[in-house]
Design a protein around this ligand. Structure first.
Ligand code: 5GP
Ligand code: ZN
Length: 114
Protein backbone atom coordinates (compact mmCIF):
# COMPACT_ATOMS: atom_id res chain seq x y z
CA UNK A 1 0.00 0.00 0.00
CA UNK A 2 1.37 3.45 -0.89
CA UNK A 3 2.40 5.70 1.98
CA UNK A 4 0.20 8.65 2.93
CA UNK A 5 1.27 11.79 1.00
CA UNK A 6 1.58 13.93 4.14
CA UNK A 7 3.71 11.25 5.85
CA UNK A 8 5.95 11.39 2.77
CA UNK A 9 6.19 15.20 2.93
CA UNK A 10 6.94 15.07 6.68
CA UNK A 11 9.72 12.55 6.03
CA UNK A 12 11.18 14.58 3.16
CA UNK A 13 10.27 11.88 0.64
CA UNK A 14 7.87 14.12 -1.31
CA UNK A 15 8.46 17.77 -2.26
CA UNK A 16 6.69 20.64 -0.53
CA UNK A 17 7.33 24.34 0.06
CA UNK A 18 8.08 24.07 3.76
CA UNK A 19 7.63 27.06 6.07
CA UNK A 20 8.12 25.29 9.43
CA UNK A 21 9.74 22.12 10.75
CA UNK A 22 10.25 20.87 14.29
CA UNK A 23 10.34 17.50 16.04
CA UNK A 24 6.56 17.13 16.03
CA UNK A 25 5.16 19.26 13.23
CA UNK A 26 5.73 20.44 9.67
CA UNK A 27 4.02 23.30 7.81
CA UNK A 28 4.01 23.93 4.08
CA UNK A 29 2.14 25.69 1.28
CA UNK A 30 -1.02 23.98 0.01
CA UNK A 31 -0.63 22.70 -3.55
CA UNK A 32 -3.99 24.24 -4.58
CA UNK A 33 -4.28 27.46 -2.56
CA UNK A 34 -7.80 28.70 -1.78
CA UNK A 35 -6.59 32.12 -0.57
CA UNK A 36 -3.52 34.34 -1.15
CA UNK A 37 -1.95 32.53 1.82
CA UNK A 38 -2.90 28.87 2.29
CA UNK A 39 -0.65 26.82 4.55
CA UNK A 40 -1.07 23.35 6.01
CA UNK A 41 0.19 22.36 9.46
CA UNK A 42 0.58 18.63 10.10
CA UNK A 43 1.90 16.37 12.83
CA UNK A 44 4.86 14.24 11.76
CA UNK A 45 3.07 11.25 13.25
CA UNK A 46 0.24 9.86 11.17
CA UNK A 47 -3.12 10.63 12.74
CA UNK A 48 -6.21 10.46 10.50
CA UNK A 49 -8.07 13.47 11.92
CA UNK A 50 -9.04 15.08 15.21
CA UNK A 51 -11.67 12.35 15.35
CA UNK A 52 -8.84 9.84 15.80
CA UNK A 53 -7.10 11.89 18.49
CA UNK A 54 -6.90 10.64 22.07
CA UNK A 55 -6.35 12.42 25.40
CA UNK A 56 -2.66 11.50 25.06
CA UNK A 57 -2.53 13.71 21.94
CA UNK A 58 -3.50 16.83 23.87
CA UNK A 59 -0.04 18.43 23.83
CA UNK A 60 0.42 17.63 20.15
CA UNK A 61 -2.93 19.20 19.22
CA UNK A 62 -2.07 22.32 21.20
CA UNK A 63 1.31 22.48 19.54
CA UNK A 64 -0.26 22.34 16.07
CA UNK A 65 -2.43 25.36 16.91
CA UNK A 66 0.56 27.31 18.19
CA UNK A 67 2.53 26.46 15.02
CA UNK A 68 -0.48 27.57 12.94
CA UNK A 69 -0.46 30.95 14.71
CA UNK A 70 3.32 31.25 14.29
CA UNK A 71 3.31 30.54 10.54
CA UNK A 72 0.34 32.89 10.13
CA UNK A 73 2.31 35.67 11.84
CA UNK A 74 5.36 34.87 9.71
CA UNK A 75 3.19 35.14 6.59
CA UNK A 76 2.07 38.62 7.67
CA UNK A 77 -1.51 37.63 8.53
CA UNK A 78 -1.59 38.83 12.13
CA UNK A 79 -2.95 42.33 11.54
CA UNK A 80 -5.83 41.50 9.19
CA UNK A 81 -6.63 38.06 10.59
CA UNK A 82 -6.85 34.56 9.19
CA UNK A 83 -8.77 31.32 9.52
CA UNK A 84 -7.64 27.95 10.88
CA UNK A 85 -9.72 25.01 9.63
CA UNK A 86 -9.50 21.27 10.03
CA UNK A 87 -11.83 19.16 7.93
CA UNK A 88 -12.87 15.94 9.63
CA UNK A 89 -14.54 13.20 7.59
CA UNK A 90 -16.79 13.01 4.55
CA UNK A 91 -19.33 15.77 5.24
CA UNK A 92 -16.52 18.25 5.89
CA UNK A 93 -14.87 17.31 2.60
CA UNK A 94 -11.67 15.85 4.07
CA UNK A 95 -9.61 14.53 1.16
CA UNK A 96 -6.23 13.75 2.77
CA UNK A 97 -6.59 11.43 5.73
CA UNK A 98 -3.63 12.70 7.74
CA UNK A 99 -4.60 15.38 10.25
CA UNK A 100 -3.89 18.90 9.01
CA UNK A 101 -4.79 22.45 9.94
CA UNK A 102 -5.46 24.79 7.03
CA UNK A 103 -4.23 28.35 7.66
CA UNK A 104 -6.00 30.66 5.24
CA UNK A 105 -5.59 34.39 4.89
CA UNK A 106 -4.94 37.39 2.72
CA UNK A 107 -8.59 37.98 1.81
CA UNK A 108 -11.88 38.36 3.72
CA UNK A 109 -13.52 35.01 4.53
CA UNK A 110 -17.23 34.26 4.28
CA UNK A 111 -19.20 32.70 7.11
CA UNK A 112 -20.68 30.16 7.43
CA UNK A 113 -18.33 28.07 5.26
CA UNK A 114 -19.97 26.22 2.39
P1 5GP B 1 -8.66 18.45 3.02
O1 5GP B 1 -9.60 18.51 1.84
O2 5GP B 1 -8.33 17.02 3.37
O3 5GP B 1 -9.12 19.24 4.20
O4 5GP B 1 -7.34 19.19 2.57
C1 5GP B 1 -6.31 18.57 1.88
C2 5GP B 1 -5.47 19.68 1.29
O5 5GP B 1 -4.23 19.12 0.91
C3 5GP B 1 -6.07 20.32 0.05
O6 5GP B 1 -6.20 21.72 0.27
C4 5GP B 1 -5.09 19.98 -1.06
O7 5GP B 1 -4.93 21.02 -1.99
C5 5GP B 1 -3.82 19.70 -0.28
N1 5GP B 1 -2.93 18.75 -0.90
C6 5GP B 1 -3.24 17.51 -1.38
N2 5GP B 1 -2.16 16.87 -1.82
C7 5GP B 1 -1.12 17.73 -1.63
C8 5GP B 1 0.30 17.62 -1.89
O8 5GP B 1 0.80 16.63 -2.40
N3 5GP B 1 1.07 18.70 -1.56
C9 5GP B 1 0.53 19.82 -0.96
N4 5GP B 1 1.38 20.81 -0.67
N5 5GP B 1 -0.79 19.95 -0.71
C10 5GP B 1 -1.60 18.91 -1.03
ZN1 ZN C 1 0.19 10.22 7.06
Amino acid sequence: MSECIFCRIAAGRAPARLVWQDDEAVAFHDLHPQAPVHLLVIPRRHLVSVNAAAPADRDLLGHLLLVAAQVARSAGLEARGYRIVTNCGADAGQSVFHLHLHVLGGRPMGWPPG
